[in-house]
Design a protein around this ligand. Structure first.
Ligand SMILES: [Zn+2]
Length: 96
């Protein structure tokens, strides 16, 4: 009889333990699978060299795309130019 109670107690202790482990494994597996399926590699290619947010403008000197917020701006006869660096701005000024 004592042996049966011991087994019963062990069973009551082990079953929830196994269930919680299986639950954790299932959760880990689903989050892993979700991560893999939600962002398929190469499905949504980003434009080249995007620093962060804002509208992208092309540097007329080197052709790099720079965000409007981070670019160096220069307004010339109503036209706004966006540069990736002071160097490109200088080069463009020298050309113009
Ligand atoms: Zn540049």
């Amino acid at each position: 009889m004592m042996r049966f109670l011991g087994l019963l107690l062990a069973f009551l202790f082990v079953v929830p333990l196994i269930r919680s482990i299986l639950g954790l494994l299932a959760r880990a597996f689903t989050s892993f699978a979700f991560k893999n399926t939600s962002q398929p590699a190469g499905a949504n290619p980003q434009p080249p060299r995007v620093p962060s947010g804002g509208t992208l403008r092309k540097d007329p000197v080197c052709g790099t795309y720079v965000s409007e917020a981070l670019a160096l701006k220069r307004v010339s006869s109503g036209e706004t130019f966006y540069y990736c660096s002071e160097e490109c701005k200088k080069k463009h000024l020298a050309k113009a």
